[in-house]
Write a protein that binds this ligand. Structure first.
Ligand code: PLP
Length: 247
């Protein structure tokens, strides 16, 4: 049966856009910097415009600086942190794969849900809420489960806990030939992310809150280009996704 035709004799009446003036409370008061707001009110250009390509080149250069990487595939993504996480997990976890996730906060739990949706099995490395992961526990979990992907949260917003030695965790993962997805949503730009090592892991960041930019933008840096299927190849080295870095 044909669906009934919708009648719209008049366009919907909506007011001119006038959002409320809020103090943003992501990792703390984190209002968007006026310079970023000014950049966002500049004229739009098409995504195939040569000037867009130039802006993209500069944006990539700035992102590489923040990530402390030379990875040429460092790119911004138009989406939230969750969108970026979903993109990374969806690209790295294939049906039958195992993803190791932390239990020490809310956002690690989210990674687990995404991994299951991607068809993966989830195994956990435990730490109480309010504590960072113990590298010895991570190593034991790797030895026991041999996960294909390891996800952790650099700054777990739900508890305020920062994972102190990221490189220790990524070394364990790489010695087991595992991908790493690092959620640095509330740490990027606020605390250093072990310069020179980022390109060696696959991490995910949402549009970071610390650089004081609006939600809805993230960045990634896979070490290899996307393959013909539009997915990251299995040997991609890094996918790191932060929040807005405009201006
Ligand atoms: C550590 C962490 N990861 C992921 C997210 C999700 O980001 P988004 O709300 O942009 O999807 C948040 C949100 O606060 C976060 O704090």
């Amino acid at each position: 049966m044909e669906p009934p035709e919708r009648q719209h004799p008049e366009p919907p009446r909506v007011k001119e856009l006038s959002p409320p003036n809020r103090t943003l409370m992501g990792p703390g008061p984190s209002d968007v910097h006026p310079r970023v707001l000014r950049a966002m009110s500049t004229p739009l250009v098409g995504h195939l415009d040569p000037s867009f390509v130039e802006i993209m080149d500069e944006t990539q250069e700035l992102l590489r600086y923040v990530f402390r990487t030379d990875n040429r595939w460092t790119i911004p993504i138009s989406g939230t942190g969750s969108a970026a996480m979903e993109a990374a997990v969806g690209n790295l976890v294939e049906p039958g794969d195992t993803m190791l996730v932390p239990t020490n906060g809310y956002f690690g739990g989210r990674m687990a849900e995404m991994a299951r949706r991607a068809g993966g099995s989830v195994v956990e490395v435990d730490a109480p809420w309010g504590e960072p992961l113990d590298p010895a526990d991570v190593r034991a979990a790797f030895d026991e489960h041999q996960p294909d992907v390891f996800g952790f949260v650099h700054a777990e917003t739900s508890t305020g806990v920062r994972q102190p030695d990221v490189s220790e965790l990524t070394e364990i993962a790489h010695s087991h030939d595992s991908y790493v997805v690092a959620d640095c949503v509330t740490s990027l730009g606020g605390v250093p992310l072990e310069g020179g090592r980022v390109e060696r892991r696959r991490g995910v960041r949402r549009a970071p809150e610390v650089p004081l930019v609006p939600a809805g933008r993230v960045a990634a840096h896979p070490e290899r280009p996307r393959d013909g299927q539009g997915a990251l190849p299995r040997d991609a080295r890094a996918v790191v996704v932060p929040r807005p870095l405009a201006a």
